[in-house]
Design a protein around this ligand. Structure first.
Ligand code: NAP
Length: 351
């Protein structure tokens, strides 16, 4: 592989999302992992000594000997992917952006700020225009872009074709979220086995506000989408893959067949640009009565698609369906990488 690839840093490299970044960036055609950052616990150690690798296959050879840096390091890379906990991300990401880096963040900290794009490339690529305002407002050479919370990511990916075709009025969503969404070690096993936990801190609020930002337009500022959304979020004993049961009232009254047609026809800018991580089909429809299921469907389109099924009438709101999406791939690291590919394709990366 040619090494004109852009050197990138991974922040929170030893964690769930950080390891996914490293796995997905192995052999990436445009980006090469050059720097790794984690907490003081890991700093100064080789990545292979600091990390218990929790994903399939081996830790990529190319990162084994990289020495983990701590949060105060002056990074040389032009681009940083962040999988930092929100308590520490604010300060670290701000410093790096001020120093000229493009920071592509998974963390909630900056998502709702009025000059920070919260991007799904298939949904709201026009929000990237806020980068210029952000740099002017803050006097930064670099910038921060964010991707959404893992459950709202998949919900919004499926709502977008419906919003475009029929309009959205009301959305009710109940999630069944995988344990890996809580980081490692996450929820204690004795709280999780044989159980469902009907609360995930701040998750319902994130779903409700982030969806409105991403599905609203941009006219020099972010507009709030004009529909209402209510979320119930539950943690269930599944390793990877969030399931969501959605009921909604659309502006028009399409049949389930017309809704399925809108899902299947959905293609957007990442598919047009053939970005390396873009799924060929962002929304994949399953027709079996008992799909999608996490075990069977979370890796559809390399974990980058939202899989929908059971599209049917709802006697309360008009229409309902079930969706499933991989939470650490399209819901986190894969989303960040697709955002960075869009930034490169649109000329936002100086490297
Ligand atoms: P995690 O497994 O707990 O990993 C946290 C990482 O941050 C570790 O690498 C840890 O390093 C590092 N870290 C902790 N404190 C630090 C500090 N002071 N300075 C530098 N590095 C520090 O968490 P995660 O699940 O990967 O989540 C990371 C972020 O992504 C969170 O903001 C989360 O909300 C978001 N997110 C997660 C998911 C998901 O499905 N898991 C989805 C979307 C978004 P050490 O190993 O050295 O402690």
């Amino acid at each position: 592989m040619s090494d004109n690839r852009i050197p990138v840093a991974v922040l929170g490299a030893t964690g769930n999302v950080g390891q996914r970044f490293i796995q997905l960036l192995e052999n990436h055609p445009w980006f090469r992992v050059a720097e790794l950052v984690a907490s003081e616990r890991s700093a100064g150690k080789k990545f292979s000594e600091a990390t218990v690798w929790r994903l399939g296959n081996d830790m990529p050879e190319s990162v084994r000997d990289l020495v983990v840096q701590d949060y105060s390091a002056d990074l040389q890379s032009a681009l940083a992917f962040s999988g930092l906990p929100s308590e520490v991300a604010g300060e670290i990401e701000t410093r790096l952006a001020a120093n000229g880096l493009a920071v592509v963040s998974n963390t909630a900290t900056h998502r709702i700020e009025p000059d920070v794009p919260l991007i799904i490339p298939e949904v709201n690529p026009e929000h990237l225009a806020a980068i210029k305002t952000q740099q002017e407002n803050r006097g930064w050479k670099g910038f921060i872009t964010t991707n959404s919370n893992c459950s709202v990511m998949h919900l919004v990916l499926t709502l977008k074709p419906l919003q475009d075709a029929f309009g959205l009025n009301k959305v009710m969503v109940t999630t069944l979220q995988a344990v890996s969404g809580a980081g490692y070690p996450g929820v204690p096993s004795l709280d999780m086995i044989d159980n469902v936990v009907p609360y995930i801190g701040s998750e319902e609020e994130k779903m409700e506000t982030e969806a409105m930002k991403m599905l609203g337009g941009y006219d020099g500022g972010f507009q709030t989408a004009d529909f209402v959304l209510s979320a119930h979020c539950n943690r269930v004993p599944v390793r990877d893959g969030h399931t969501e049961c959605v009921s909604l009232e659309l502006g028009a009254q399409p049949s389930p067949a017309e809704v399925i047609e809108a899902f299947e026809a959905f293609r957007a800018l990442p598919q047009e640009l053939e970005l390396p991580s873009a799924p060929k089909r962002p929304v994949v429809v399953r027709y079996e009565d008992n799909r999608p299921q996490p075990q069977l469907d979370r890796d559809t389109e390399r974990g980058m698609a939202s899989v929908v099924g059971r599209v049917r009438p709802c006697p309360v709101l008009g229409l309902k369906y079930v969706l499933l999406g991989h939470n650490t791939i399209r819901g986190a690291a894969g989303a960040g990488i697709l955002n960075a590919e869009l930034l490169k394709a649109k000329g936002y990366l100086n490297a």
